[in-house]
Design a protein around this ligand. Structure first.
Ligand code: SF4
Length: 198
């Protein structure tokens, strides 16, 4: 691809999942192929992914280096990053010394070569196309059942739905109960929201 539609690039700590707490450059792509709503998904999408600017790989890499010369991990996120991530991008980042993680809704098969895959399904199980991952993570609101996932992953995560910057105590209690009753599912709270970082 000549250029990519990028919403933003920033440097922060990963707040979710098994890699929680690690420093990463976040490359957030514009656009998504879904529209998640409380009525259909148990939560409203709170991510702005409409705006963006066209950037070449050289420009993306230069901006990443300017944000941190030391960081060696990049999280590809969105929107839905699988709409744009291709082998050229993966190879260029690897050649520049980075390792790549991705957070995808699972509705599009990913190209080979990504170092850490998080599938967070937002479609029915039969519509999930990316069926292997390092971790699979489901957002759950109060009363929603434990998933029966088709994704093969080493780590199985339940993420309590947030209401803005807060998680309701009853939602958290519900998700804790789901994990206790259904190992190996485990809890993954969006800690970056509690830490008040990006
Ligand atoms: S898949 Fe993610 S980014 Fe896309 S609408 Fe759903 S929550 Fe928002």
């Amino acid at each position: 691809m000549d250029s990519y539609l990028v919403n933003e690039i920033f440097y922060s700590l990963q707040g979710e999942g098994v890699r929680s707490g690690t420093p990463n450059l976040f490359l957030r792509f514009s656009r998504c192929n879904l529209t998640c709503k409380a009525e259909t998904h148990g939560f409203d999408c709170d991510t702005e992914f409409e705006s963006g600017r066209r950037m070449t790989l050289d420009e993306i890499l230069a901006e990443g280096r300017a944000l941190s010369a030391a960081c060696t991990w990049v999280v590809l996120t969105g929107g839905e990053p699988a709409l744009q991530v291709d082998r050229e991008l993966i190879d260029r980042f690897h050649a520049a010394g980075y390792r790549l993680a991705i957070e995808t809704n699972g509705s599009i098969v990913l190209p080979e070569g990504i170092d850490w895959i998080t599938v967070s399904p937002k479609v029915a199980e039969h519509a999930i196309r990316q069926r292997t991952a390092h971790e699979v993570k489901y957002v759950r609101g109060h009363g929603q059942a434990i998933p029966k996932t088709v994704v093969q992953a080493e780590h199985h995560l339940i993420s309590p739905a947030f209401d803005g910057a807060e998680v309701e105590p009853r939602t958290l209690d519900w998700c804790i109960r789901l994990c206790k009753e259904n190992p190996p599912w485990r809890l993954s709270v969006q800690q970056h929201k509690l830490w008040k970082v990006r």
